[in-house]
Design a binder for this molecule. Sequence first.
Ligand code: GRG
Length: 296
Amino acid sequence: MDFPALLAASVARVEAGLDRHLPAAGERPARLHAAMRYSLMGGGKRLRPVLLLAADDLSAAGPAKADPVPAAVAVECLHTYSLIHDDLPCMDDDDLRRGRPTVHKAYDEGTAVLAGDALLTHAFALLGNAYAEKPILATALVRELGEAAGSRHLIGGQMEDLLAEGKASATADELDFIHLNKTAAMLEASLVMGGLTGGLAEPHLTTLRTAGRQLGLAFQIIDDILDATADTATLGKTAGKDAKDGKTTYVKLHGLEASRRFANECTDRALAAIASLPGETGFLRTLATTMAKRGA
Ligand code: GRG
């Protein structure tokens, strides 16, 4: 398997989907649509949509399958909205994202709020439109993304993150809640949505959820490690920001060595789950190990 070529092809499929399924930058109001595209098309690893396409690829072509690309685009729109809002002065207050000025710096705060709102809304409109002829699938996808992005998961994790900032130090339990919901929930949803477009049923959807949760935890711990060890140019966002902001991270609570060990354990649990999935799991397995190597 030529993993780098397969990964590049998957990213290219996502990028083409984004271009196809987003309003044109010049469409009225052009400032809003240009800001949406500025944030979406400005790089990013495309990890969530690539995971979705990889889960979809586990099942062979057949009548139970649907085109996974609109679902992959919806996940990336949702994720990008959360980044735009997270970067706002009232949240994490960051100037750099994906190696470029954040949306509120390149445009203005009002436009950044609206561009985020519009990407969030667009994700669900896209699912409704693209899967209208498969209403059971459409409902399952909307439910999955809506749950992951809502107050019990992504937004709930962000809320506890904001609350934790006001304290000298968050507890391990608070940090776990934040990471499970702010980070892992969207990776879980991405894999499950790919399973859904691929026509997989239980117990495979639960296995995909387990794999996504463990990958999400590993991903977040590695993100904390990189924030503490890598430079801004490598990250494409401000390095060392967690420590500067006095944020509680895995590295601050448990130290670098234990964080690396914990990230490896999560990756191993994800790999064990992936091994029990049907179909050709090689790409998904290598993606998981490549993600783990990021922080090594
Ligand atoms: C505002 C509702 C709301 C949520 C914000 C995404 C988020 C929640 C905050 C961003 C800060 C952060 C460290 C989040 C944890 C998840 C994470 C590591 C996001 C960055 O994802 P990458 O690295 O980014 O996949 P790219 O740019 O590659 O897509």
